[in-house]
Design a binder for this molecule. Structure first.
Ligand code: RUB
Length: 345
């Protein structure tokens, strides 16, 4: 949720240039260019990059090691701004490194802490998606028609788990312009045998009367239970609300934004207009501005349930998850958290 209009305007993301091991910098580039995408994969891949940095660090003392890791963390955070799982994943590793630092006698000791924390986070992402599949599958009924938007690993996990349990249902998948992530969803579902119909984003309201449940993923959940997800999600939820269709969100606990507990907003990424229209065609149109926000905000009133690996909550229970996972942030923790955020001004 971003109140500042200026932030909605497309600007080329500022990039700090630091030298990273080749594999880590390839991951960063793949996230930036969306070869790696989806909030869950973005987070686990960024943490994987941090693990590569730790493994390859030539630092001989603890101070130097932490400074190299912090530089890499800041660099990775610049890759995509909206997925809160990214700073949460980075923080998961850096918090443990910073906690171990005062007692560490060598860089090697801290290296082990960083690698272990990264291993734990990557494993957490795997088990969380699996558990969401098991919990969410219970909410899919025999004969249901489920509509989804974009491509979410957590949503695919729910659907494939329900299908493997023997439930028979069908799915409408929106194509999801401009990047067509709906094709990835359709392919994944068809692959396991789930009947899937690909529809235009604009046809959501037309089909909504046939739908029993909407199920979408999340890039971020705010403290008041609002959902930040692929642009168009809020229109899907609005169309569902109109005809009383339930809206479920599948979101791992590391998609919840601790910063929103203290009033910060989730930045909405605005991507290059060329994803929507080529420069040549745009020039032919004359003086036209093109806007390409990648995400939007669905208010909690339009959401029935959030399925997390810790259980199912109503949107207003978001604060419970935040407090369980992050506690109440002390000023020191908050400073540490914000150390890895890029100053946009
Ligand atoms: C992807 C998107 C997905 C969420 C959840 O956007 O909005 O719904 O990230 O996905 P993009 P997951 O394609 O721009 O990254 O459940 O896999 O984390």
């Amino acid at each position: 949720m971003c109140a500042n209009k200026r932030e909605y305007r497309y600007r080329k993301p500022r990039r700090e240039h630091i030298s990273l091991p080749k594999d880590a910098s390839r991951i960063a580039e793949d996230i930036r260019t969306m070869r790696i995408r989806g909030a869950g994969r973005i987070a686990s891949s960024a943490v994987e990059a941090l693990r590569i940095v730790a493994r390859n660090s030539p630092a001989e003392d603890a101070e130097r090691f932490v400074s190299q890791m912090s530089d890499a963390a800041r660099f990775l955070l610049q890759t995509r701004p909206t997925a809160v799982s990214l700073p949460n994943g980075i923080r998961y590793v850096m918090h443990r490194v910073n906690q171990a630092k005062p007692k560490a006698t060598s860089a090697a000791e801290l290296k082990l802490v960083a690698i272990e924390a990264a291993d734990d986070f990557v494993e957490l992402t795997r088990t969380a998606v699996e558990r969401i599949g098991e919990i969410g599958a219970k909410r899919i009924r025999e004969g249901d028609v489920v509509l989804t938007h974009c491509n979410s690993g957590a949503v695919i996990s729910v659907m494939t788990t329900a299908w493997r349990e023997g439930k028979r249902f069908e799915v409408y998948a929106t194509e999801t312009r401009p990047r067509f992530q709906g094709h990835i969803t359709a392919r994944a579902l068809a692959h396991v045998g789930i009947p899937v119909t690909l529809i235009l984003d604009d046809a959501v309201r037309y089909f909504m009367q046939d739908v029993d449940t909407v199920l979408v993923g999340a890039d971020a959940i705010t403290a008041n239970g609002a959902l930040v997800n692929k642009v168009g999600t809020s229109m899907v939820a609005l169309a569902a609300h109109e005809v009383d269709v339930k809206v479920f969100v599948a979101a791992e606990s590391y998609k919840f934004s601790p910063e929103t507990m203290i009033g910060e907003l989730v930045e909405i990424e605005e991507r290059d207009p060329s994803e929507i229209i080529s420069r040549k065609k745009l020039n032919q149109l004359g003086r036209v501005v093109v806007r390409n926000p990648s995400f939007d905000v669905t208010p909690p009133e339009f959401i029935d349930l959030i399925i997390t690996e810790r259980g199912i909550i109503p949107p207003l229970g978001a604060m419970l998850i935040l407090q369980e996972v992050f506690g109440v942030l002390t000023p020191e923790e908050l400073r540490e958290y914000q150390t890895y955020r890029i100053d946009e001004n």
